[in-house]
Design a protein. Structure first.
Length: 445
């Protein structure tokens, strides 16, 4: 995010990679360790709120509305916090306040006695937790030399994933010993610990970066995508027209086809992800086993991401299509399984197909598709292109979550999973139209 007070000399120095830390600081990015407790607290919350709503006699519709409301909050929240970061160049106060506010929201779940109140608090949680996303990513770029950005972001990503996995495992142990809702107390404490560590460990950078510099580093761009959909600026209707106007032209249709495929993918993801936890709870699978399943999926995803990069580099299009086919098959098989298996036995196909779909297939698809998105960013129009992308991801996920609640309630979970598989099939057809030569270089817009 740009700082209006930066001089041209500082901007040039930053672009040249001549970033220096505060004098006397030995390890410029040692503060990255401060995000670990917060990510432990963040990890189980999405699963937790679904279980809380269902335990308060809510339905899958209520779960869908809660996730929809949260998605609707996250998209503009990223814009708002981006403006805050623009206008307020100090990173530490924003990060610390975000951690403390998140801790307060977590404690508030203890007093939520209706599913609607849980939904409202989850939306507030999304608002406060997203406040730290932009300053954390910028802080890495501002406290480490440009040549070390890839290493710094890899470490940041690893610590974040590790923390969220530990949080899920903590939830597994907690579910065996204590009532589910009281887990928010240790989660809130962990968020406060991150705030304290941030106060002690974060040193304000001498130079702050312009917003455009996020795009200079590919690892930075991908890390931001993995955190939340984000806007470099709010997209206008003309931006959508500009991206999709060349769909009919064979020579220039690669980018709009890619974006349509992404939209369908995230709609299907919203359909499936909103209903998987309620479907397990409806089959009398305990909270302990639900958290354990989510932790297993996360572990598989972490391992898969380690190898997805080298695999997708061979052929972005083939990797995208293959991962979509695999994910679609898993969704469909889970839907069919519900016709023949019920009760706790449903856990068996879940433990087989869910980690493959959300772990292996997603890691390959995410790596390949986001690399292609990155390749669409030419020297001009980056802002509106990423604005359109962010809007499409946010709208598709929101729509999928909203539709999922109603289809699962009125038609059943199996139908929802099969519909999600069908939409992934459509995404496969769109992705298969992409040309390798144009997915590995800059695509015309």
């Amino acid at each position: 995010m740009n700082n209006a007070g930066d001089t041209q000399e500082r901007q040039s120095a930053a672009q040249a990679g001549d970033l220096q830390s505060v004098p006397g600081e030995i390890n410029r990015t040692s503060w990255v360790n401060s995000v670990l407790p917060f990510n432990v607290a963040f990890g189980p919350v999405a699963t937790l709120i679904q279980l809380l709503i269902l335990n308060l006699h809510g339905t899958v519709i209520d779960v869908g509305l809660a996730l929809t409301f949260s998605s609707a909050v996250i998209v503009p929240a990223e814009v708002v916090w981006g403006f805050v970061t623009d206008r307020f160049p100090r990173r530490k106060p924003v990060i610390v306040i975000g951690y403390l506010a998140t801790a307060g929201i977590l404690v508030s779940f203890l007093f939520a006695n209706t599913g609607y109140l849980v939904s409202l608090l989850y939306a507030l949680f999304s608002l406060t937790s997203s406040a730290v996303t932009t300053p954390l990513n910028l802080l890495i770029m501002e406290t480490e030399r440009k040549q070390k950005w890839a290493t710094a972001f890899a470490r940041f990503s690893m610590i974040s994933s590790l923390g969220q996995t530990v949080g899920l495992l903590l939830s597994v142990a907690w579910g065996l010993l204590f009532p589910l809702v009281y887990i928010v107390v240790p989660l809130a404490i962990l968020s406060v610990i991150s705030a304290v560590m941030s106060v002690l460990m974060i040193r304000e950078p001498v130079v702050t970066l312009e917003q455009q510099l996020i795009l200079v580093s590919k690892p930075s761009f991908l890390q931001r995508l993995q955190s939340f959909p984000f806007f470099l600026r709010v997209p206008q209707l003309n931006d959508f027209r500009r991206v999709f106007r060349n769909l009919r032209c064979e020579l220039t249709r690669q980018t709009p086809i890619l974006y349509l495929s992404l939209f369908v993918f995230y709609f299907a993801a919203g359909l499936f992800n909103t209903s998987i936890v309620p479907s397990m709870q409806a089959n009398n699978i305990s909270s302990f086993l639900i958290f354990l399943t989510t932790a297993i999926v996360m572990l598989v995803q972490i391992v898969a991401f380690k190898y997805s990069g080298s695999y997708t580099e061979r052929s972005l299009v083939k990797a995208t299509v293959g991962s979509l086919v695999l994910r679609s098959a898993c969704y469909g098989l889970l839907g069919v399984s519900l016709y023949v298996i019920s009760g706790v036995w449903f856990l068996i196909p879940v433990l087989i197909f869910y980690p493959i779909a959300a772990g292996i297939a997603f890691s390959v698809y995410y790596t390949a598709s986001n690399t292609m998105v990155f390749n669409t960013l030419g020297g001009r129009g980056r802002g509106y292109t990423l604005g359109v992308y962010s809007a499409l991801v946010g709208i598709a996920t929101l729509m999928g979550s909203l539709v999922s609640g109603f289809t699962s309630f009125f038609l059943g979970f199996s139908i929802t999973f099969i519909i999600a598989a069908a939409f992934l099939g459509l995404s496969v057809l769109l992705a298969s139209l992409l040309e390798e030569s144009k997915s590995s270089v800059e695509m015309p817009i």
